[in-house]
Design a protein around this ligand. Sequence first.
Ligand code: FES
Length: 117
Amino acid sequence: MKQVVCSSDDLVPGQKRAVQIGLRSVVLVRMNSGEYCALLNVCPHQGARLSDGELTGTTLPADVGEYVFGRENEVLRCPWHRWEFDVTSGNALFNDRRACVKRYEVTVEEGNVVIHY
Ligand code: FES
């Protein structure tokens, strides 16, 4: 099944919004690339609303003593205890096997953002 949640230009890159899919709350994110991602709006740690968290980036692999920031607006940080999730996969950055958030497929159809569930 699928549901239209907004117009494709409602969010600018770097914005996020909670949307309702039936009884589920989903956080819709627009990345810098312009693509959309959607995750269940519930942190797997203790249930915080991820849509209340910060959309950010992370440090990238680099040489010793070098710090390179990247993937801006592709990492969602939980507002309660700051676990971080890759919005493209739903996997936690620190341990992707033990903590992940359900991810939903998102398409843009005729100017509308559509979440498949
Ligand atoms: S509730 Fe999200 S990190 Fe604790």
